[in-house]
Design a protein around this ligand. Sequence first.
Ligand SMILES: [Zn+2]
Length: 285
Amino acid sequence: MAVTMLVLLSTASLAQPIPPTPRPLPPPADLTSVKGLGNADGTPLRLQQKWDGELTFEIAPMGQYVEGIAGQDGRSVSVQINARPLIRDALAEWTAAGLPLRAVSPGETPSLRIGYGTLALPSALGWTNVRGPVHEVTLSLRNIARKAVRLYGDMTRQGVIDSRQVSLNDFAAMLTSLTALHEIGHGLGLLHPDAPSGDELGARIVTLLGAIQHPLQPSIMIGDSQVFFTLAHQALGRPVGPGDIRLNQRDRIGARIMWNRNAAHLLILRQMQCALPSPSCIASQ
Ligand SMILES: [Zn+2]
């Protein structure tokens, strides 16, 4: 009986071949490397030393953000973002990547301070300042809400997101998660894969992991959210959902290198490139 069933099943599957899934286009190679902040000698900053082994965060309080925004047809649409739990989830994702993140204790100075603010450039959804002892992450919920309204129609028309499963508010939450993961990544010393782009803090940029041709997921550190969504859609072969806004494996490794280089990582660092000229950099080439 078992044999007969097997034959029937295999005949049925032969009669109805599964259509091949379209092969996703690889992203440009300059969008697949993992880059980070370096010291003057061309080695990555070692954040474990900067914060004496403690990696702590503080999130500014924020209730539900609500704003009426004019859509493409001129009618006002209401966008609601509950940012704090999304930021907490983003921190949990980085913690699961192997970083020892914990909430700051009262009276302690955090390593990362995450808050909200106004950013002049409308395309900037977040900003991170890594110059001081505290790395300051600022999210612009106003710009995120506007970008969500601006992109939602195009993204659903292109099939990048499915409007039956992802509402405008869901999409705004996905953009907030993406921005929080990305900006915390900057706070952990990571830069855009295609850096240097002239806006990278004037700091030395080191390549932590070289470019590859076929990543399964785009890097969370891609600087343009629309490009991230498009590449995620290509890689998945289906519309992007809230569960797809995640770090890829190389983002996780890159952040661990920035936190604490170990022997295995030093091998990778031999491939390091100096992006900005300096005497030590030129000498090592
Ligand atoms: Zn960025």
